[in-house]
Design a protein around this ligand. Sequence first.
Ligand SMILES: Nc1ncnc2c1ncn2[C@@H]1O[C@H](COP(=O)(O)OP(=O)(O)O)[C@@H](O)[C@H]1O
Ligand SMILES: [Mg+2]
Length: 455
Amino acid sequence: MAHRKVLIVDDDKLVSWALARDLESDDCRVALIADGESACKAYREHEPDVVLLDLKLPGIDGLETLRRLKREAPDIVVIMMTAYATVQTTVEAVKIGATDYIKKPFSYDELKAVLDRALQHHDLSQEVTRMRHRLKQEHGIGSIIGDADNMRHVFALIRKIARNDATTVLVNGESGTGKDLVAKAIHYESDRSQGPFMAMNCGSMPDTLLESELFGHEKGAFTDAKAVKKGLFELANHGTVLLDEIGDASASLQVKLLRFIEEKTFKRIGGTKDIDVDVRIVAATNRALDLMVKEGSFREDLYYRLNVILVNLPPLRERESDISLLTNFFIDQFNKEFNKRVAGIDPEALRVLMKYTWPGNVRELRNVLERIMILEDTQTIRVQHLPLELTQAPAGNESDLFSLPSPGVALSGVEKQLIQQALQRTGGNQTRAANLLKISRHALRYKMRKHSLST
Ligand SMILES: Nc1ncnc2c1ncn2[C@@H]1O[C@H](COP(=O)(O)OP(=O)(O)O)[C@@H](O)[C@H]1O
Ligand SMILES: [Mg+2]
C-alpha cells in the first residue's frame, strides 16, 4: 500500500477526510475531489494508482464518471464506494470496468483489503503486459541478426507468415543456422504471441513417450498413467508448436501428426473424446525431407502438409557479410554476461572467421567466441586466440575431402562402405553411426536394409 497515489471522489467530506487521514498515515499520497465533472482533470494532474469513486455524486453520477475515467485511461484501477448498492448498479459498474466495489460504511481495514487485492491484480496484469512486450523484443524478428540478402529474404518471409496465420511452416537449414530463432520469431510476430510457444524434439525420446507428451493421455491409458495428462498440443492452444527435428519422427508418429494437421483434432492416448485445438505448427529439420520422401523414410503426404511454406535458412558460409555483425553481437552479449570489456576483433582474425566453412554455423561461431571470452584475457580478439580448427582448416570446402577416382565409382557401393565404417567405429551403435553420417536413425536403418546389412 505504501507510496501509492490515491484519488478520492466523494461529496461526503467527513468520509473522505477520514479516509485521507488513514491512507496518509499508511504513507499514501491522497488527492480529494467532491464531484465527477473534475475527475478526469484530477486524474491527469495526479496520475493516481487507484481511484476511490462514490456512486452517488452531485452532477454526473458515479457510473458516468467511471465511464469517462475509463475512456481517459483504460487501465485505470477504480474502486466504487456505495451506500446503496443494488445488484444492478454493481453489475453495471463492473461492466464499465470498475475493478471492485466496497459498501459504505466500511472500516479502514476492509478498504485496505479491497485496495491490496485490486492493486495486486493491476500490478500483475501490468507485469504480464511488460513481459509480453519483453518476450516480443527478445524473440521477435529483431532477435535474428543478419543483413545479407538471403537473410533479408528470410525476414520478409517471416513477416508474411506471421501475418497469415493459417498455414503450417517448414523451416529447413543446417544445424545451428537459427531454426529455433525463426520458429520463435514467427510466433512472437504473429497474433498468437499472447498464446504459448512450445517446442518438442521429435527424435528426443521413445515413441510412446513422445506421443503421450504431444497428445496427452487419459488416466489408466498405460501402467504409469496415474492421472489425466494434457499433451503439448492442448497446452499450446492458441499458440504455436515447434516440431523440431521432424525428420526424426518415427513412422507411427508421422501418421498421427498427419491426422492431427489435417483435422486439427486428436484424442488423448487411451481417450475416446475428440479434442479440438487451435495451434499453428512450425516444423524444423536439418535433413533433406524431399530426399527422405524419395527414400521412403518420410511420408509424402505429411511432407506436403508441412511444406506449405518453406523457410530455407542459408548456412553461415553463404552469408559471409553477416559474420562481422554476428561476431560483434556475440561479443556484446558475452561482455554483458561475463562482465568483460572486450572491445572487438582485429581485421585479420575477422578474415579467418569469414574464410572458415562453419559446419556448425551460427551456433559454432557463438561457441568459439564464448570460449575465447571465458578463457582469454584480452581487449581485442586476435588470430592467436582462435581455435586451431579455424586457423588450420584446409583451404577449400568439404568436397575436397573425397576425390572421385578417374574410372568412376558406384555411388551405392561407397554409401555401403561408409555405413559399415560408421557402424564399426561406433561399435554397432546405430544412433551414433547415424549422427556420424548426419542422417536420421530411420534413414540409416532404411539404408542398411537397402544394402542388406543386418539391422
Ligand atoms: N541470425 C542469428 N542471430 C543471432 N543469433 C543466432 C542467429 N542464428 C543462430 N543464432 C544463435 O545460434 C544458436 C543456434 O541457433 P538455433 O536457432 O538453435 O539453431 P538450429 O535450431 O538451426 O540448430 C543459438 O544460440 C542462437 O541464438
Ligand atoms: Mg534447433
